[in-house]
Design a protein around this ligand. Structure first.
Ligand SMILES: Nc1nc2c(ncn2[C@@H]2O[C@H](COP(=O)(O)OP(=O)(O)OP(=O)(O)O)[C@@H](O)[C@H]2O)c(=O)[nH]1
Length: 233
């Protein structure tokens, strides 16, 4: 494993252009406030962000890894959970996707009950069933407020042929480690040798522009603004 970074998509594209690394696009989806930003930040930035705000459109984070001697880049698309903040970007999420991470909040049953509609959205955008999909229950550190029992989540995961991970972006010692979850996915992606790994130089220019516009401000100082906590602990 090598370094990690959090940067705008435009910056990362410039870096990658020189290196021609194999890049994998992973979309992270689920209800608002389940912790998508915190999970991606934990993996790419190495810590739990002090404060977050609702994602508008999409944010990009990426991390370079060395697996079996080969450099790869995991590009995490942290998508907005709130419908009003995702509408204009939604078709961009689903292009050239290599893996999907469905996230729910183990302390909020409603976020678990929404999962079928997130799966339906993926299917609606013709995402292949062959790409890896994983299910992540976040906020396991809130042990006194669990609403989604592991066995219920496991049954759902089995029904949809997804591995289930329960984790905490906040307390990395709880349950499955965020690091291990994404590393498992990275190994799987590398082993799958996709036909068309993303070359950022090949992105349609309007995608880069739109994506850049949507991430400006959010990434300027890392994750910086108002807390939108939904956790009781
Ligand atoms: N206790 C606890 N709180 C968490 C954890 N992960 C995220 N949070 C809190 O949950 C709130 C929402 O986190 P975000 O990462 O912004 O949620 P999101 O899913 O990206 O939300 P949207 O951008 O609206 O889609 C914030 O207050 C976080 O501090 C966790 O593992 N444990």
């Amino acid at each position: 494993m090598n370094g990690s970074s959090t940067q705008t998509f435009a910056q990362s594209g410039a870096l990658l252009r020189d290196r021609k690394q194999k890049t994998f696009k992973i979309i992270v989806i689920g209800d608002s406030s389940v912790g998508k930003t915190c999970l991606t930040f934990r993996f790419c930035g190495g810590h739990f962000p002090d404060r977050t705000e609702a994602t508008i459109g999409v944010d990009f984070r990426e991390r370079k890894l060395k697996i079996d001697g080969e450099d790869i880049v995991l590009q995490l698309w942290d998508t907005a959970g709130q419908e009003r903040f995702r509408r204009s970007m939604v078709q961009h999420y689903y292009r050239n996707v290599h893996a999907v991470v469905f996230v729910y909040d183990v302390t909020r049953m409603a976020s678990f009950m929404s999962l079928p509609s997130w799966i339906e959205e993926c299917n609606h955008h013709s995402l292949s069933y062959n790409i890896p999909r994983i299910l992540v229950g976040n906020k396991c550190d809130c042990k006194d407020h669990l609403e989604v029992p592991t066995n219920v989540a496991q049954r759902f995961a089995d029904r949809h042929s997804m591995p289930l991970f329960e984790t905490s972006a906040k307390n990395d010692n709880d349950c499955d480690h965020v690091e291990a979850i994404f590393m498992t996915l990275a190994h799987k992606l590398k082993a799958s040798k996709p036909m068309m790994p993303i070359d950022p130089t090949q992105f349609p220019p309007e995608d880069i522009h739109r994506a850049e516009v949507m991430s400006i401000g959010r990434e300027r100082n890392g994750v910086e603004v108002q807390n939108s906590s939904s956790c009781y602990c």
